[in-house]
Design a protein around this ligand. Structure first.
Ligand SMILES: *Cc1c(COP(=O)(O)O)cnc(C)c1O
Length: 504
């Protein structure tokens, strides 16, 4: 299986795509074809048997079954070792991604890893995939990961790469665009190879500047002379996308196992969306053969994607709104490029021209023919108010507490069900622990208790409201020393990188 760039005819193996992150032409790597659970010409019975077999597997076993189809230049032993090292006791539950039914919906809890956000699902395995890939390709230079984060990626990436030999990681986050807990999580990160830089700008500024560094040939040459090669842990890396497919199949398997559905029955999936990585993985699961009826793409007030699905016009020229779901405060959803490539008939020239329009004019409009290929998706968005009301309502009815990102998906999926009368079981991707956004969550459920409280007092209140044990990730930052204090302007980012790397 080869991986193609969305912007040229470049083709590489999986391990090379993982090492590079972004293609040198600025494109994203996509598998040349999406593998199927069962060969296309086999009947429905074969698929049902496969889906039943999946329902009998552990998370790790299923991860191997799915990932081997994409990473076919890894040996069985290499891949199984990566999986075993990733999905272990770092997760606070053996099932890794529990599915819980509350007030009629199925919440897929993706926040049981070490940094309590769904990014752990992929970032706990990416460093292992990357070091194996480096060996495979006789890469002896030090791998330096540059990552722009809207809050959760950076922490999860550092947790994954912390003290991994032969790697160094630099994370950029918007100084005023993350929660206090997120900020503390990053500033206290341990590991001799981890670096954190707060940026005077928003996430899109940081992401654009990081992409620019990846495309900077001069800089690449200079760093290479110092024995360094850059790579990315952002969701544009195929090594993040592939592990994310697994948990959608796992969610389906759990519904089969508990008798909610029969193998072959359809489900719907709602994903709180920012960079479009998580929902794209769900789409890939569908293309592989997972019976998914609709993919509901839930946005917050930065509703570029909602407008895109409604009109075919992707337009980032609008106000950037800071919301209480900061990891979704994004106007340039990078992974959408993979979908654009697909719906424009896998044509790199065409795809590149759309992306050039986006970077040059801030927008592009797809053709009617391309729009017709988006029928699997439904766009929706929720305001801050709807989000908070939904969180409070769910808590009143079930005692279950969700975070503000899951809250967006919660509000959007419930509205979708009300409006469409679609009664197919709905899986909602639950992307962060409420503890990570305690101030907003307590504000939604019990607003009288918020004023004048510190974040840690709010965490204590959340504990008494939810009765869910405080995660290690929170306990840890109560006392951990601050290690990272660098602040940088956006245009200084390349120099900051040089300084960090050359001083080592
Ligand atoms: C990153 C993130 C999202 C958005 O996921 P994308 O793959 O970027 O669409 C949603 N919720 C949380 C908590 C996140 O950390």
């Amino acid at each position: 299986m080869n991986y193609k760039s969305t912007r040229s005819n470049l083709e590489v193996k999986a391990s090379q795509a993982i090492l590079m992150g972004l293609a040198p032409d600025g494109g994203l790597f996509v598998p040349e074809m999406i593998p199927k659970f069962v060969p296309e010409n086999e009947d429905k019975t074969a698929l049902k048997e496969k889906l039943y077999a999946f329902s009998q597997m552990t998370y790790q076993e299923l991860a191997y079954e799915i990932m081997k189809l994409y990473l076919d230049d890894f040996t069985e032993e290499e891949l199984k070792t990566c999986i075993a090292n990733a999905y272990d006791s770092k997760f606070d539950t053996d099932v890794i991604a529990p599915l819980v039914q509350k007030d009629g919906l199925f919440y897929l809890e993706l926040f049981h890893g070490s940094t309590i956000a769904f990014k752990d699902m992929a970032l706990s395995i990416l460093p292992h995939l990357m070091t194996v890939s480096a060996k495979k390709n006789h890469e002896t230079r030090k791998i330096v990961i540059l990552t722009a984060t809207s809050g959760d990626t950076g922490k999860a990436a550092m947790a994954g790469f912390q003290d991994v030999e032969g790697t160094e990681i630099i994370v950029f986050y918007p100084k005023d665009g993350v929660s206090e807990i997120q900020k503390l999580q990053m500033a206290t990160q341990r590991g001799e190879n981890t670096h954190v830089v707060a940026i005077r700008g928003n996430f899109d500024d940081a992401q654009t500047a990081v992409k620019k560094m990846f495309n900077d040939k001069e800089m690449a040459k200079e760093l290479s002379e110092h024995g360094i090669c850059l790579s990315s842990a952002n969701s544009i890396n195929i090594g993040r996308l592939v592990p994310q497919i697994v948990y959608y199949v796992y969610a389906y398997s759990q519904l089969v196992k508990t008798g909610v559905i029969m193998p072959g029955d359809e489900i719907n999936i709602t994903v709180p969306t920012g960079n479009f990585g998580n929902i794209l993985a769900a789409f890939y699961a569908k293309l592989m053969g997972l019976p998914v009826h609709r993919l509901v793409c839930a946005s917050n007030e930065n509703k570029v994607l909602y407008d895109f699905f409604r009109t075919g016009d992707y337009d980032r020229k609008r106000e950037f709104i800071l919301t209480s779901s900061p990891s979704m405060d994004i106007l340039i959803s990078s992974n959408l490029e993979r979908l654009i490539y697909r719906i424009c008939g896998n044509d790199p020239e065409l795809c590149r021209s759309f992306m050039n329009d986006l970077s040059g004019n801030g927008s592009y409009v797809i053709t009617d023919e391309m729009r017709e290929r988006l029928a699997d998706f439904v766009g929706g968005f929720a305001s801050e108010e709807e989000n908070f009301e939904g969180i409070a309502d769910l808590y009143r009815k079930s005692g279950y507490v969700i975070d503000t990102h899951t809250g967006i998906a919660n509000a959007v999926s419930r509205r979708y069900i009300r409006d469409s009368k679609d009664a197919i079981p709905m899986v909602v991707a639950s992307t962060a622990s409420p503890y990570k956004f305690a101030a907003s969550v307590v504000g939604a459920i019990s607003p009288d208790q918020v004023s004048g409280k510190t974040d840690f007092e709010l965490i204590d209140i959340l504990h008494s409201l939810s009765n869910v044990e405080e995660p290690n990730a929170i306990r840890d930052i109560r006392t951990a020393p601050i290690r990272h204090k660098i602040v940088s302007d956006v245009d200084e980012m390349p120099d900051t990188v040089r300084r960090i790397l050359m001083e080592k």
